[in-house]
Design a protein. Structure first.
Length: 118
């Protein structure tokens, strides 16, 4: 999974970047096939805005939070995306359970040929 953290109108501290990456990593608990995730953190006067964009198969899931503290805004954005990921995963299971099983089997099999390895 590709992770990207962007700060607008303020300097991003290493602690804040680490927290954002931890929040992104925690999303794999709800859906493990995330392609990429991008956290956009913005500061405007007294408002702190956090937007989280997560790319999954054929969809981009977006959640945002706005408060007076960046940590709280990040938490709101992550909570919104968690709910949407749960809903997305449920819809996939209802629509195409056979296709999901086949894809999972393809991804979990080793890519090297056992006979060709010395």
């Amino acid at each position: 999974m590709q992770k990207k953290v962007t700060a607008r109108h303020f300097d991003l501290t290493p602690e804040m970047k680490a927290r954002a990456e931890e929040e992104i990593d925690a999303l794999t608990r709800f859906y493990d096939r995330i392609i990429s995730a991008e956290f956009i953190l913005d500061a405007e006067r007294h408002r702190r805005i956090a937007e989280l964009r997560v790319k999954v198969y054929n969809h981009t899931i977006t959640g945002s939070g706005e408060t007076d503290e960046m940590g709280t805004a990040m938490g709101l954005a992550v909570d919104k995306v968690k709910g949407q990921l749960k809903k997305f995963k449920g819809k996939l299971k209802e629509k195409k359970p056979e296709e999901i099983t086949e894809t999972t089997e393809e991804l979990t099999q080793p890519t090297t040929d056992v006979d060709a390895v010395e």
